[in-house]
Design a protein around this ligand. Structure first.
Ligand SMILES: Cc1ncc(COP(=O)(O)O)c(C=O)c1O
Length: 413
């Protein structure tokens, strides 16, 4: 049923807010923002336009916006040790679009992570990249499915000479082999584009690989998964001025015009929070992911990549084929206020995307609400009760979640 009445819509918004505050959200691509970030978003800035760069706008009335944007860029450069940053993409897909448009022309070849291998749709035939080129090849994986096969990739790069190599993915458990592929890419003039949408906050917190120092030419990313929000995108790079000027045009006017100034101000505050709390947060997030993996394994779940310690990121992957697959499991959990997404696993066919055997779990949001290892053990037990014992646990979930309502790693409290 849809709602047309204003009061009715307001009621839905409120109900969603209340319901969400009782849920355990384990969607790996989401996070929550601090009160101060939200306050900045709910301001006059949401009405404004500011195309171009601070001090060189195509609009008047942007003085305050210019101050926010200039400060944000400086802080991003510091966080990622990057000479150049563009904070205007309004999401990660938009950042990818800007870059793909600059680095590819119709006849070019790209290497990307496949969909079952964890790659994102914007890298694929039906997404951003596919709208520019048709020759998109999947990177070879090692037998476990969670790592790129370095030797095979090297020989493919030497033989096929793609224009770009896109690293980074949506099911992202372990660092990518940037260092290992850097030389072969340089020799063949292949640009390494690292999509950090999922792991941007872990990189900022210095707990994951450092793509630019390891040899990536460009980082793109979303600012709201492991980063502290708001929902936007970013491009970072140390390429020379001439090359950066092309990327600059890719971001504007190439892939966006106005760039949503309410979320810009929110991101500026979130970036300050990252500078102050990012390291502690990223450490705890990864520790929580490992802890949840160990506990789920203990309950008999088929947690993936056990031989590699399950994960080095905020995510874990679980094969739930024996529990009727990812679709059923995610629906049953949702009925009990635990929210996760179903996910293809690397050894599945892409046509199984709506009935995959896997689930993907991310702990970054619950970590932001202050949960630590003991709480991960409780979450694993709740999942076990729901999926293995087929028990109704909604009230237990809500009661547990009641104790975690503040946004930590912020100055909210
Ligand atoms: C690897 C990767 N790249 C890009 C994106 C797109 O990000 P956004 O939703 O900010 O457009 C995602 C989204 O989940 C992703 O996982």
């Amino acid at each position: 049923m849809y709602e047309t009445n204003i009061k009715g819509i307001e009621e839905i918004v409120k109900e969603n807010e209340e319901w969400r505050s009782g849920c355990i959200n384990l969607i790996a691509s989401e996070n929550v923002t601090s009160k101060r970030v939200r306050k900045a978003m709910a301001s006059d800035l949401m009405h404004r336009y500011a195309e171009g760069h601070p001090g060189e706008r195509y609009y008047r009335g942007t003085g305050y916006i210019d101050r926010i944007e200039t400060g944000l860029k400086e802080k991003m450069k510091k966080l990622f040790s990057a000479d150049n940053v563009d904070v205007r993409p309004i999401c990660g897909t938009n950042a990818n679009q800007a870059i793909f448009g600059v680095y590819t022309k119709t006849s070019d070849i790209a290497f990307v992570n496949s969909t079952p291998g964890g790659g994102h749709i914007s890298h694929h035939k039906s997404g951003n990249l596919g709208m520019l080129i048709t020759n998109i090849k999947d990177l070879p994986l090692t037998e476990d499915g969670y790592h790129i096969d370095i030797e095979d990739t090297k020989s493919l790069v030497n033989r096929i000479k793609p224009k770009i190599l896109v690293l980074g993915k949506s099911l992202f458990l372990f660092p990518e082999p940037i260092k290992e592929l850097e030389d072969v890419c340089k020799e063949n003039k292949v640009k390494i584009i690292y999509d950090a949408a999922h792991v941007l906050g872990l990189i900022a917190g210095k707990q994951f690989q450092d793509p630019l120092s390891e040899g990536a030419d460009i980082i793109t990313g979303s600012t709201h998964k492991t980063f502290f929000g708001t929902q936007r995108g970013v491009i970072l790079s140390n390429v020379n001025k001439k090359e950066w000027s092309k990327i600059d045009k890719g971001a504007f006017p190439g892939s966006s015009s106005n760039h949503h100034l309410d979320t810009l101000a929110g991101l500026a505050i979130a970036t300050n929070e990252m500078l102050e709390f990012g390291e502690e947060y990223a450490k705890q997030t990864i520790a929580n992911a490992k802890s949840l993996a160990v506990s789920l394994d203990k309950y008999g779940f088929n947690v993936q990549a056990k031989q590699f310690g399950y994960t080095m990121s905020h995510q874990i992957a679980v094969d739930v084929a024996e529990h009727k697959g990812g679709n059923e499991v995610s629906k049953n959990l949702e009925k009990n206020d635990i929210i996760i997404n179903m996910n293809l696993l690397p050894d599945e066919e892409v046509n199984k995307a709506k009935i995959p055997k896997g689930i993907r779990i991310g702990v970054q949001e619950m970590t932001r609400f202050g949960m630590k290892e003991p709480e991960m053990e409780i979450i694993a037990e709740l999942i076990k009760k729901c999926i293995i014992d087929e028990a109704h646990i909604k009230e237990e979930v809500n009661k547990f979640r009641d104790n975690f309502q503040n946004i930590e790693y912020s100055h909210d409290n």
